[in-house]
Design a protein around this ligand. Sequence first.
Ligand SMILES: Cc1ncc(C[n+]2csc(CCOP(=O)(O)OP(=O)(O)O)c2C)c(N)n1
Length: 371
Amino acid sequence: MISEIKDKTEFQAFTPEPIRVLSDEGEWVAPFELDLDEATLKRFYAEMVAARMLDEKFIILIRTGKTSFIAPHAGHEAAHVAIANAVQKGHDWLFPYYRDGGLWLAMGTPPSEIFGQMLGNAADPAKGRQMPSHPGSKPLNIFTACSAIASHIPPAAGAAISMKLRNTGQVVVCSFGDGATSEGDWHAGVNFAAVQGAPAVFVCENNRYAISVELTHQTASHTVADKAHSYGIPGYRVDGMDVLASYYVLKDVVERARAVHGTALVELEVYRYGPHSSADDDSRYRPKAEVEAAKQRDPIIRLRKFLERQGWWNETAETELRAGIAHDLNTALEQAEAAGEAPAEWMFEDVLSSRPWHLEEQRRLVLEELR
Ligand SMILES: Cc1ncc(C[n+]2csc(CCOP(=O)(O)OP(=O)(O)O)c2C)c(N)n1
């Protein structure tokens, strides 16, 4: 709720309504002045469009049988772009989850690596060892996503505690879905980070469903942000389809975490337009009309309306932007596909510092067989 915001640099926790700065019609409705310049706002827009187009590519990959699993992220783009722009890239650490495709892209992960991971081939930095849609990045400090829900929360807490002990000036931003907040790991991890005063920002991308289970069927809490009360940390409820509100709140919370080693919970209210995954039929548990209604809050259309109001965007700019992104994604996919199959010997690498005799023997037999 806008009237609840004291000023831009100190958003109030536990507001009864989600914090927003843009109306659905793209009007600026915050009680503070916008201080982002035209180039930055256009970049946020371009990153969200790229995230959406990446999702569309993932859908093509699954439909053409080139990948075996996708977790559609359309509807989550504002959350992804806000997180990527609120952190110090390559300095802070991210602990994302499988629905963060747009976040990997906005962080600067080369799209050819993202596609390599989706194909599980020689272009995959994870060497084909992860399920598709579960990348990570060593140079960008992005912890590899794990399918086991909330299993990344305790490691995120541990990393943040370590940052505090070593006084590194880094922050952990850990994202997850609403369903993750009903897992034991989530409570253990958030509690541990909070009691240690660790610089960790926990970000819930609340899309109201954990596969087919609607939010009110898995938690009696009125909001996810409310759960922060139990751990003595602030909880912020934000319109997660308003990229600028999400950015401003996250930036504020991340910088406070860095300055005072504070832990916080940010709930971004989003909506996933697609099914939970390529193995799901969402028409069985939610009405089409609900999906269509959510699209009226679309983060990309909303920011576009705002840019148009400023006189900074038009159809020509839109066409050019989309053509550029399509070219980059197509080229990246071609590069990834050209890399070919992951070499079989990768199976035997990286786990142990030196290979014991029985693995050496297995490796030799596999390579002999393939020859
Ligand atoms: C520990 C664990 N339990 C169950 C599952 C099966 N599962 C996969 S995704 C999912 C739903 C997660 O929902 P949420 O955290 O809200 O994220 P979303 O997928 O909606 O973005 C479940 C229950 C799992 N992967 N791990």
